[in-house]
Ligand binder design. Structure first.
Ligand SMILES: NC(=O)c1ccc[n+]([C@@H]2O[C@H](COP(=O)([O-])OP(=O)(O)OC[C@H]3O[C@@H](n4cnc5c(N)ncnc54)[C@H](OP(=O)(O)O)[C@@H]3O)[C@@H](O)[C@H]2O)c1
Length: 265
């Protein structure tokens, strides 16, 4: 599938927690995280999600290090935190993120959360300027409901809002009601965060029977379910977890099994 003029995989990798937490870097495990991200690339993943807030920017540095030399083959997403949504702040944030990632342009740049203080039009203008200047390649939003997404789309003059990154998992199905149908009609890609319910899916007995029919695991079934209408971005740092996620890239559920999950869970 294509996003921002690049071929991407239907599943990506999240990076929250790698290299620190909420605006706080942690340098103690850098090598392991760089290796994990690189391993995800080697196993075929081609979309990577990060943000300026993750580890106060350090996570972006790790993503950049891990993907050095292959940036043209992957799509890198970063996000601007709501305290930087004023025009000048947003421009500065994107330039700083690009530098930490060490890339020519951020493929997809998202407004991480909506703000009640800064008018959306101001942030969208700044985003469009960043595209014109070649700092980012395309723009989107995160945690926007249908009303806010419509507002962002209406504010865009020259470029499209191409994606909305929201929580979507078998435990959090709310996007299926309005957001996913709206996004589909308007060519907006839904990116599904926390798609494993922060790891709970692996212990979910309800998916075991379906998984058994495919010689797959509950994690793979859950990701396959989500990838029908979104790009899930599970975070994984352990090799066996990354293997399991990569194993879901080509898993297609039958319509019956898809419906059974949709109706039954
Ligand atoms: N836009 C937003 O506001 C927003 C909010 C939250 C998250 N996100 C993005 O979405 C990404 C994913 O969400 P998330 O990190 O909250 O949760 P998640 O992907 O649902 O779960 C991550 C957890 O699942 C574990 N895991 C991964 N693969 C597994 C497997 N095969 N079996 C068992 N456990 C497995 C990971 O362990 P290991 O690390 O030990 O492998 C990690 O503890 C984030 O990293 C971030 O990039 C965005």
């Amino acid at each position: 599938m294509r996003l921002c003029d690049k071929e991407v995989t239907p599943i990506g990798l999240g990076t929250w927690g790698m290299g620190g937490g909420f605006w706080t870097p942690d340098y103690s495990n850098d090598e392991a995280y760089v290796e994990a991200i690189r391993y995800a690339y080697e196993r075929g993943l081609r979309l990577f999600d990060t943000a300026e807030m993750y580890g106060g920017g350090h996570t972006e540095e790790l993503v950049g290090r891990a993907l050095r030399g292959v940036q043209d083959e992957v799509l890198i997403i970063s996000k601007v935190w709501p305290n930087h949504l004023r025009h000048d702040d947003l421009i500065r944030s994107a330039i700083n993120s690009r530098a930490r990632l060490g890339i020519k342009a951020i493929d997809l740049y998202l407004i991480h959360w909506p703000s009640t203080e800064v008018p959306i039009i101001e942030s969208i203008r700044a985003m469009e300027e960043l595209i014109e200047r070649g700092v980012i390649r395309c723009m989107g939003v995160s945690n926007f409901d249908v009303r806010l997404l419509e507002e962002a789309m209406a504010a865009a003059r020259k470029y499209e809002v191409v994606a909305d990154e929201v929580e979507y998992s078998i435990y959090h199905r709310e996007p299926e009601r309005d957001l996913i149908p709206f996004a589909r009609r308007n060519n907006v890609t839904i990116i599904a965060y926390s798609p494993l319910g922060k790891g709970s899916v692996a212990r979910d007995r309800r998916l075991v029977e379906i998984a058994g029919r495919y010689g797959a695991t509950p994690v793979q079934v859950a990701l396959s379910y989500l990838k029908r209408s979104s790009i899930p971005i599970p975070k994984a740092s352990r090799r066996e977890h990354i293997d399991e996620i990569a194993g879901a890239l080509r898993l297609e559920l039958s319509d019956d099994d898809y419906e059974a999950i949709r109706k039954g869970l």
